[in-house]
Design a protein around this ligand. Structure first.
Ligand code: DAT
Ligand code: MG
Length: 138
């Protein structure tokens, strides 16, 4: 058994739409452990660190603006292969085409939806998880 930790964010759209509880229910139903959880209002510098890999891409500025638009919920989540497992729960990046049964597929609204409004973030590797957890749970 490979117990791991990952960083999950319920992004501003998820918090604003009152979906934090529904998202947490899926995480808990899967059996993952909430190690730490907090409401966060990150500044631009924190977000620039978090999304450093995307700097310079066309969606970078809109992504940061969106992430600055309201509070998020940051979660330190533990479980067996939780990094891959949470990304599977979340679904693919674009909520318009994310599979039904996933957080993004079920809660992503199709009208005027922007790709960045995809409700959650999950680390994509052990290295990313360590780096991102250090940013959000310093
Ligand atoms: P993920 O969040 O699935 O790991 P990512 O790391 O490639 O996706 O991108 C980070 C965020 O940036 C993603 O959650 C939403 C936004 N994004 C990615 N690709 C995009 C695109 N083509 N247009 C608009 N926003 C995009
Ligand atoms: Mg990513």
């Amino acid at each position: 058994m490979a117990t791991e930790e990952t960083l999950v964010l319920v992004k501003p759209d998820g918090v604003a739409r009152g979906l934090t509880g529904a998202i947490l229910a899926r995480i808990e139903a899967k059996g993952y452990a909430l190690v730490d959880i907090r409401l966060v209002e990150p500044d631009r510098e924190t977000l620039a660190q978090h999304y450093a890999e995307h700097e310079g891409k066309p969606f970078y500025e809109p992504l940061l603006e969106f992430m600055l638009s309201g509070p998020s919920v940051a979660i330190r989540l533990a479980g067996n292969r939780v990094i891959e497992g949470f990304r599977s729960l979340a679904g693919t990046t674009d909520p318009t085409t994310a599979a039904p049964g996933t957080i993004r597929g079920d809660f992503g609204r199709d009208w005027g939806l922007k790709v960045q409004q995809n409700l959650v973030h999950g680390s994509d590797s052990v290295e990313s998880a360590e780096r991102e957890l250090a940013i959000w749970f310093a």
